[in-house]
Design a protein around this ligand. Structure first.
Ligand code: COA
Ligand code: AMP
Length: 644
């Protein structure tokens, strides 16, 4: 259904979507070679696309550049020195700070000098476990400046998850802060880090702590250093030449087991893709203010709080707050108005939170948003109600776009910087130039228009997408490339319609999406199963009006356990919070006598999800004992699900 046609090319751009897309697929080398001219190179590339070692493809091989130079220094050299690069807006601490490109350069150069003084060399890893403060952005850029590979870990993860990442990335240095602030709650980071370092087998040499005024962390002499003191004593470090194909960062994301996948990002392809996407997907010109309300711990934060806007010479906003409660559901409108934001990006869940508290949008009346011209949503399926609500309220295009940690930028989107397409509610529009999307059935045969299949991307993927997983080429191939050779498996199922629009319907694996955060139910099950009284368990992603999905556990206790079942359930909830972290939002678990299975012993999670959501389901032909489903429904009713 076409719901809204944007006939005006409000950006005055004369590009045509079909033609641009065609060029990108038919002549990727010409297309991305042109795009790369916007980046400053120290040495030109020898090959735009190096396809000599399939299925591993490399972009701009032979090229040498520095991502930090492109994001910061060159803007100072070319007249943007006094333009604001970064606005820190923190309603939770009641403060705002602005950094011009010149100030950002100076802070980053100094911090890079600190890393150098701690012995960090090109190619070595630095783990960043920090709240949403400017020093976190500076830390990422400081790593890029000296060719260190950063790995940012989201603050809402627990010590155990941090330890897993420390063991995999083996960082020489860990950068952290004394605390994060969740609305009015101070979350101490240092005890979490100390615990992680106890659990981890790998031992980083140093930790550097940024002491926030809200809480002073105790430092361990010889291992822990005070951030500010180190900066005072360090000298500046300059940008070093980095191969385009060298890693810029590792970002861990949920896999189908408890072990997260270390998505690797290169320097050259990433810089080219980031800058191109700012102009062509988001339609943002240098000098404008762009705001991604996410967290630097997620890919959205990496790409659209830090790298893309800075590479494009924009003003970017680092917002330490929530859409509601800091202090009210007008928080987003205040930020857009106060900082004259042109384009904003967040997850649909944030808008659902605002809509829930202020359904009439009354808070918007306090603000005027003259510069605001588009809202982009991604990170989870966008429900048409929320999109329509935002569009009616804000009176700007609201664009759903689809992508994932692995790609770093949009796979399907309505590219406002090329040619705005008619919007179909519920679809993130068409393939973005560079992405050859195909929907395949389980035999690898192209599905017909409208037929659901596995959404795949034909290799090579465009610049910016992951070249591999950290230290694990085999897992990269087995996770993404083995299903149908020649294609990348996105993990999402959906279809393409007769107009070429992509419809992303569900995951084909155990990944669920909780408030835009990607979680593996398998990883939660591993934790529950570790409880001494649990015999077996299953976790499903039940529909939630605010967060999209919420994990719900069903567990069977071991024979002979005669403890209070509520107590066991509470312990399991606490265990998941302790092992994975609060971000999991795992609060609902129920004890059942048995789990429904197929005759071959496969737990019927899909059927249980439908029961929990109160949606119709077919009795699985292979079910062991159909009577069990009523038992499951009745257990789920006790925790507020299966209401039909
Ligand atoms: N450090 C420590 N704890 C954190 C944290 C962090 N950086 N981020 C979240 N948490 C905690 C929260 O305090 C909460 O803990 P609680 O169970 O004790 O209340 C839990 O993790 C879940 O957090 P969150 O998912 O943020 O839920 P919420 O109920 O606090 O807020 C929304 C709900 C919708 C307002 C919130 O999820 C939101 O703003 N989402 C925006 C979307 C987004 O940023 N998506 C990221 C990808 S684009
Ligand atoms: P992440 O890697 O955390 O960004 O999560 C990526 C996953 O979120 C995708 O594989 C999808 O399952 C889901 N997702 C992201 N954006 C969308 C969207 N616009 N529509 C539907 N699902 C989405």
């Amino acid at each position: 259904m076409f719901t809204h046609i944007m006939n005006d090319n409000i950006w005055g751009d004369s590009m045509n979507y079909q033609e641009t897309y065609r060029q990108s697929i038919e002549d990727p080398e010409g297309f991305w070679g042109n795009a790369a001219a916007e980046i400053d190179w120290i040495e030109p590339w020898q090959k735009v696309l190096d396809d000599t070692n399939p299925p591993f493809f490399r972009w701009f091989s032979g090229g040498v550049l520095n991502t930090c130079y492109n994001a910061v220094d060159r803007h100072v050299e070319r007249g943007r020195g006094e333009q604001t690069a970064l606005i820190y807006d923190s309603p939770v601490t009641n403060q705002q700070r602005r950094y011009s490109y010149r100030q950002l350069q100076s802070e980053v150069a100094r911090l890079a000098g600190v890393l150098r003084s701690l012995g960090v060399e090109k190619g070595e890893r630095v783990l960043i476990y920090m709240p949403m403060i400017p020093e976190a952005v500076m830390a990422m850029l400081a790593c890029a400046r000296i060719g260190a590979v950063h790995s940012v870990v989201f603050g809402g993860f627990a010590a155990n998850e941090l330890a897993t990442r420390i063991d995999d990335a083996q960082p020489r240095v860990v950068l952290t802060a004394s605390c994060g602030i969740e609305v009015a709650r101070v979350i101490e980071y240092k005890p979490l880090l100390d615990r992680a370092l106890e659990i981890a087998s790998f031992e980083p040499q140093h930790t550097v702590i940024y002491q926030r005024p809200q809480h002073q962390a105790a430092l361990i002499p010889g291992r822990d250093f005070d951030w500010v003191t180190l900066c005072e004593g360090a000298s500046d470090a300059d940008c070093v030449p980095i191969a385009a194909t060298d890693p810029l960062y590792i970002l861990y994301t949920s896999g189908t087991t408890g072990l997260p996948k270390g998505v690797v990002r290169d320097n050259g392809g990433h810089a080219v893709a980031m800058l191109w996407s700012m102009r062509h997907v988001y339609g943002v010109q240098p000098g404008e203010t762009y705001w991604a309300a996410s967290d630097i711990g997620w890919v959205v934060g990496h790409s659209y709080i830090v790298y893309a806007p800075l590479l494009n010479g924009n003003t970017t906003i680092l917002y330490e707050g929530k859409p509601v409660g800091t202090p009210d559901p007008g928080a987003f409108w205040r930020v857009i108005a106060e900082h004259e934001v042109s384009v904003m990006f967040t997850a649909p869940t944030a808008f659902r939170a605002i809509k829930k508290e202020d359904p009439q949008g009354n808070y918007l009346q306090h603000y005027s948003l003259p510069k605001f011209r588009a809202l982009f949503l991604a990170g989870e399926r966008c429900d048409p109600d929320t999109l329509q609500w935002a569009k009616t309220l804000l009176r700007v295009p609201v664009i759903d776009h689809w992508w994932q940690t692995e790609t770093a930028w949009a796979i399907a989107a309505n590219c406002l910087g090329i040619e705005p397409l008619p919007v179909k509610l519920g679809s993130p529009s068409c393939a973005v130039p560079g992405y050859a999307i195909e929907v395949l059935d389980e035999n690898g045969v192209a599905a017909k228009d409208g037929e659901i299949g596995s959404i795949m991307i034909k290799l090579p993927m465009p610049p910016g997408c992951l070249p591999t997983l950290w230290n694990d080429d085999d897992r990269f191939v087995s996770s993404y490339l083995a299903r149908h050779p020649g294609y990348y498996l996105s993990g999402d199922a959906g279809y393409r319609d007769e107009d070429g629009y992509i419809w992303v319907m569900s995951r084909i694996d155990d990944i669920i999406n909780v408030a835009g955060h990607r979680l593996s139910t398998g990883a939660i099950e591993e934790v529950i199963a570790a409880h001494p009284d649990v015999a077996e368990c299953a976790v499903i992603g039940a529909a939630d009006a605010l967060k999209g999905e919420l994990p719900v556990g069903l567990m069977v206790v071991k024979f002979g356990v005669d403890r209070n079942l509520d107590e066991i359930a509470q312990e399991v909830v606490a265990l998941v919070r302790e092992r994975i972290g609060p971000v999991c939002a795992f609060k609902k678990v129920v004890v059942v006598a048995r789990l429904p299975k197929t005759r071959s012993g496969k737990i019927l999670r899909g059927t249980m999800k439908k029961i929990a959501d109160g949606t119709p389901y077919n009795l699985p032909a292979t079910i062991d004992d159909p009577g069990i489903l009523e038992e499951i429904a009745s257990a789920l009713r006790t925790i507020g699900y299966a209401q039909a």
